[in-house]
Design a protein around this ligand. Sequence first.
Ligand code: ZN
Length: 329
Amino acid sequence: MAKRRRRKQNSNLPKWVLSAFAAAAVVLSVITFGGDMIGIDTSFVQECMNFIDRILYGGPTSPAPTLPASGELKVYVIDVGQGESILITTEENSLLIDAGENDKGDEVLDFIKQLGLTELDYVLATHPDSDHIGGMDTVLENIDVPGGVFFGEMPDDLIPTTKTYEDVLDVIEEKNIPLFTAAAGDTIDLGSGAVLTVLGPVDPQAADNKNNTSLVTRLDFGESSFLFNGDQEEDMEEMLVQSGADLDCDVMTMGHHGSSTSSSQEYLDAVTPEYASISCGRGNQYGHPHDETIEKLEAMGVEYYRTDLDGNITFTSDGETISVRTEKP
Ligand SMILES: [Zn+2]
């Protein structure tokens, strides 16, 4: 295994110490920047508050910071049949979330190369099921990923022993690709003002199946926001809502291919998406997306797209407005 990033530990410092730190930080900020009360550097204070949030709660509870957006952000929901693969590009960086089934690696790779990308900055695996990491070994073998691969934390009894999983780990080791364990509160800077923040799982050890180990991430770019749900089910959705994480987003990928085991009404009410994407295969054996999910989206007036009917789905944001284009009209 390559290097692993250590999980941030919660501190046992009493709250008054942290309050004192916050007060000192504000005072320092005023002194350092020479401002009066009006001139306090609010971004610095916000950074301090976020820092304290992380120590106290292990993750950001305040809304994600809004950085100035430059250029265009693209989120491609790639049609990989029954599975999921999502590519994010900014003018500076690229990040791939999942790579579909074992036989879809070449298609994902072609998609990446057709965009003119010669490397991926980052790859993130939501969870180690074959419909998400099956094609990842092919992608990693054929394109460099200097920023590394991110997996989530898994309880010991859920760590897979499958060939699919071993294949991915083997190529990571062979090519000496940096390997990280991502956890709630971690962020990946995608440049141009785009930041990906890991929101879940809130408690990876509480996962009772592989779907519930899914890394859930939000992407902020100016005023635009996206929520990527992997295959997390209702239990984990509820924990996310309870955690106070900032879930409100413009676009969400429907959890677990639109299955009724995900996308509780409570969760959808917290996200209130304008657009949704469903990654599923035409005529798949699971009946994804389930009618219950579609009914909820329609009742909420969400504009949704499905890879089985629409092919590749492309969301484009200039930091203010989002436009959608589908491969099939
Ligand atoms: Zn899946």
